[in-house]
Every structure is written in structure tokens, then in C-alpha cells.
Design a binder for this molecule. Structure first.
Ligand code: ADP
Ligand code: MG
Length: 237
């Protein structure tokens, strides 16, 4: 087994006259967390959509383990071990927290028995006291955690999170950092983020996108000091 989990090369995506992703390559090792940052419209979500199978690149290659993902039907992605959380929550709002996790488990299939796996996930998410609450009634932050939990129920090899802290309070953001940091041993996680404090707290290898391209990649400390990055992004905040 090689140490590389996913390798994307020279991905391009256009929407009409707009080039959303313009020659992006990305190598993901097994395990660990990588952050992708960049200003609005940089192409981050479009890149995610290609990695997660919801958009087919105009050109480029994506390998996951020893498979070519381009053209593979979306329903195959979960089975390969690729899970993603969208920017907009997509919970079953009229079901309880517990039942949302049960449904997600059925979709993914799990080795442990249902009560053990769901109970463990409730603990991980800090939602043990909310098992019987309807998903619609959860505060915003908890909804996001439940969605991360749903993605985790299939024990993915790769978890893609698009702006998981959007709209969260500082305290919720802090707890989300702890949750995600605790998962990086068991799987590879890629997080798109806007919130610099979040990325700084995770202190993960970071890729910076701007106008559809990768303009920098490296440890967050280096990224934060990089003059080009500061000019196009950090400096403007
Ligand atoms: P980010 O997530 O970094 O904010 P996006 O990937 O959402 O950036 O968008 C990159 C560019 O592609 C933007 O100019 C955006 O308007 C455009 N874009 C994204 N999705 C679509 C789409 N479905 N149709 C047309 N344009 C799109
Ligand atoms: Mg986006």
C-alpha cells in the first residue's frame, strides 16, 4: 500500500466563459488533515466537487488508491471511501439526531452493531445528550457536527469538508477544531476554510487557491508568512 491516497493532476473546470479551476494538482497522503484556503470564488468548492464526484473535470486526472475516478458514477464514491459534507446542511430535519446517524450508517454499512456505533458517534460529536432531539431543532453548530458525524458513519478513507465552521460562534468553531483534529489519525481529511483562526488552530498543511490556481502550499506557518498569499488573501481580510 502506497502512502498516497489521492492524486489529482492538472484539473480544469469551466462554467461558460468562467474558468473556475485552472490546472490544479493535489496529492493527499494517507491520514492527516489538509486545509484549502483562498478568497471567495477561488475555485475551492469546484475543486471539491470534482474530487467528490459531483462534477466531472473538463480535463485532468484523479487517482484514488489505484483507481481512476474520472467518469466514475457518483454512487461509487461512497463505496470507495470518499465522504463529503456540503456547505449547506443536508440533514433529515424531521428525524431525531439518533435516527439521522442510523440512516447514514445504513447507507455506509458498519462493522459494529448499530447501538454501539451510533452511541460512540454521539460521544465523538458531543451530542450524547441530544440523541432524541429532532435535527431541525438543533442549534446551527450542532447541525454541522451531526452532518460530519453522518459522513463519518461510513468510516471513510477520505473526508471532504467544505467550510464546516461557516456561521458558527467562536466557541462552536473551537469545538469543531477539536473534533476534526481528533479524526486525522483514522482518515485523510481535507477542509476548505475561510476562517484563518480555524486553520491556525489546526496548524495543518495548507494549500492556497486564487483565481482557479494553487498559488502556495506548505505548513500553515509558512503560508501565513508568504508575501504572495498575504497580498492576495490575508492582506485583504
Ligand atoms: P470558492 O468555493 O473558492 O468560493 P467556487 O468554486 O464556488 O469558489 O467558484 C469558482 C468560480 O466558479 C466562481 O467564479 C463561481 O462564480 C464560478 N462557479 C462555481 N460554480 C458554478 C456553477 N455551477 N455555474 C457557474 N459558475 C460557477
Ligand atoms: Mg466555496
Amino acid at each position: 500500500m502506497t502512502s498516497v491516497l489521492m492524486q489529482a493532476e492538472d484539473l480544469h473546470m469551466h462554467f461558460g466563459g468562467i474558468t473556475a479551476v485552472n490546472g490544479v494538482s493535489l496529492t493527499l497522503e494517507r491520514g492527516g488533515i489538509r486545509c484549502i484556503i483562498g478568497p471567495n470564488g477561488a475555485g475551492k468548492s469546484t475543486l471539491f466537487n470534482m474530487l467528490a464526484g459531483t462534477l466531472r473535470p473538463v480535463s485532468g486526472t484523479i487517482r484514488f488508491e489505484d483507481r481512476d475516478l474520472i467518469g466514475l458514477h457518483l454512487h461509487k464514491f461512497a463505496g470507495l471511501g470518499i465522504a463529503r459534507k456540503f456547505q449547506v446542511p443536508s440533514l433529515f430535519s424531521t428525524m431525531t439526531v439518533y435516527d439521522n446517524l442510523v440512516v447514514a450508517r445504513r447507507a455506509g454499512g458498519g462493522a459494529e452493531d448499530e447501538a454501539t456505533q451510533v452511541g460512540g458517534m454521539l460521544q465523538t460529536l458531543g451530542l450524547a445528550g441530544d440523541a432524541d432531539v429532532l435535527a431541525a431543532e438543533l442549534p446551527h453548530g450542532q447541525k454541522q457536527w451531526l452532518e460530519i458525524g453522518m459522513a463519518l458513519m461510513s468510516s471513510p478513507k477520505l473526508l471532504l469538508l467544505d467550510e464546516p465552521t461557516a456561521g458558527m460562534t467562536p466557541d462552536e468553531t473551537h469545538r469543531t477544531v477539536d473534533l476534526i483534529a481528533g479524526l486525522g489519525d483514522a482518515m485523510t481529511i481535507v477542509v476548505i476554510e475561510h476562517d484563518m483562526n480555524f486553520v491556525r488552530a489546526l496548524a495543518c498543511p495548507t494549500t492556497v487557491m486564487h483565481q482557479g490556481r494553487v498559488i502556495a502550499s506548505g505548513p500553515f506557518g509558512d503560508i501565513e508568512r508568504d508575501h504572495t498569499v498575504r497580498d492576495v488573501y490575508l492582506g485583504r481580510q
